[in-house]
Design a protein around this ligand. Structure first.
Ligand code: FAD
Length: 398
């Protein structure tokens, strides 16, 4: 059937959570467009790269997470016509909708840093941002006994802003346990002036980095990789100088932006080259097209892009979509920008950074001081959060 009451673009963390919530609210006629037969729990990839989890446990068949009563349209959306209320797929189908929920995730722009894509096919560079590559990160960490290790974070919004540094701490803690940390120079390249956007967590991370003797380069960016010479060219924006650092291993995180096809639709903010769907940051509805909603990594709301944010966005979108279908004219639910980042600071400890649009700490567990790294939080990350994800969040229960 080519027309749907609600059409959802993307069956990742956001799409499945919203579909499940809508079904629980009794909404019918839902279609979900998703090309991939596999659904991934990406937060586990940090632990895969750190040698603390098996990649296969992050993947499940798409069919197994699709809520009952939702029709799966296997395909890739590549255009949207909000005036006609249709989307077009790569294989030439046209699908109509009453309400559209856009959540195809973020695009990894590997080619924006010259040499990065090529370096990833060579033996000394990896990235936890890919399911295929995360196990290679652990191979590189495990086999390293001396030399220089470089960890990079790109400028601009990325999914899970903490992930580029989490892997540096997991690696350094492994080398410490192995007794080789003193023979390894660890360089962490960050585009930001501080280690985190929220001061209390930034301070804790400075302490963690200092404990491992990590050389932190703030205001800096990887601008080129020489895969053959194993050199990372790092630009320091503060001084305007470039330095070429020879490495024995590198963990690289690509720059990110909205998918190219999405940037080209009328849904994107014309003033923002990153091309996210231009939504109201509280109601999650499109600012120009009232039948369109968005959430997750592809939305323009200025929260930090995480699955944790989606856990709070999905109920808001589901409620507001249902209300808008009922035609009451009200959008009762509002998202406050909550996001959290579980930052692994060692192989047994974690710092749970939780905050909202005001960038003030917003703890879920008020009786625990989560502004410091804790051992109990490690268990939350390794076991609690995956359980929450598969069994509650994707089913619209949390
Ligand atoms: P995704 O989950 O990426 O899903 C997008 C879906 O859309 C995919 O299934 C894709 O196949 C589909 N799609 C793509 N293009 C199209 C198209 N054209 N048409 C139809 N469908 C399409 N978050 C946390 O909360 N905590 C963490 O600790 C954490 N750690 C992370 C570590 C790493 C290494 C990474 C990579 C991410 C991490 N995240 C973490 C972020 C989290 O995984 C994302 O924020 C979340 O998955 C975003 O959900 P989404 O639904 O917007 O996008």
């Amino acid at each position: 059937d080519a027309h749907h009451r609600v059409l959802i673009v993307g069956g990742g963390s956001a799409g499945i959570s919203v579909a499940a919530r809508l079904r629980r609210g009794g909404v019918g006629g839902i279609g979900l467009v998703e090309p991939s037969a596999t659904h991934y729990y990406q937060p586990l990839w940090t632990l895969v790269g750190g040698g603390r989890a098996d990649a296969r446990t992050s993947a499940r068949p798409q069919r197994s997470v699709l809520p009952r009563g939702v029709s799966w349209i296997r395909g890739r959306v590549e255009s949207v016509d909000p005036a006609r209320r249709t989307v077009g797929t790569a294989d030439g189908r046209t699908l109509g909708y009453d309400r559209l929920v856009v959540c195809p995730g973020i695009q990894l722009d590997w080619d924006r840093v010259p040499g990065m894509a090529e370096a990833l096919t060579a033996p000394h560079t990896s990235s936890n941002y890919s399911y295929e590559l995360a196990p290679k990160t652990w191979e590189l960490i495990r086999s390293m006994r001396s030399g220089t290790a470089v960890f990079t974070m790109p400028a601009g919004p990325i999914k899970c802003g903490g992930a580029p540094q989490k892997i540096a701490y997991l690696a350094a803690d492994h080398w410490r346990e192995e007794g080789v940390l003193r023979d390894i120079r660890v360089v962490l390249v960050l585009p930001t002036p501080g280690m985190f956007g929220v001061p209390v967590f930034a301070k804790e991370l400075e302490r963690v980095a200092a404990r491992y003797g990590i050389e932190v380069r703030t205001n800096s960016e990887l601008v080129e990789v020489d895969p053959d010479g194993r050199a990372a060219v790092v630009l320091d924006h503060a001084s305007g100088t470039e330095e070429s650092i020879r490495f024995d291993m590198m963990h690289a995180v690509p720059p990110q932006s909205a998918p190219d096809w999405l940037k080209a639709t009328p849904l994107a903010d014309p003033a923002d080259p990153a091309g996210y769907v231009e939504i109201d940051k509280h109601t999650m509805r499109h600012v120009r097209h009232p039948e369109v909603f968005a959430l997750g990594d592809a939305g323009s709301s200025p929260n930090s892009k995480t699955g944790a944010a989606i856990r709070k966005q999905a109920p808001v979108v589901a409620r507001n979509v249902a209300e808008s279908l009922a035609g009451t004219g009200a959008l009762p639910a509002s998202y406050d920008g909550y996001s959290s980042c579980p930052i692994t600071t060692s192989r047994h400890r974690m710092l749970l950074a939780e905050f909202d649009y005001t960038l003030r700490p917003r703890p879920t567990f008020p009786l625990l001081d989560t502004t410091h790294e804790r051992r109990d939080m490690w268990y939350l990350k390794r076991y609690g959060l995956p359980f929450l994800y598969w069994n509650l969040m994707l089913r619209g229960l949390a």
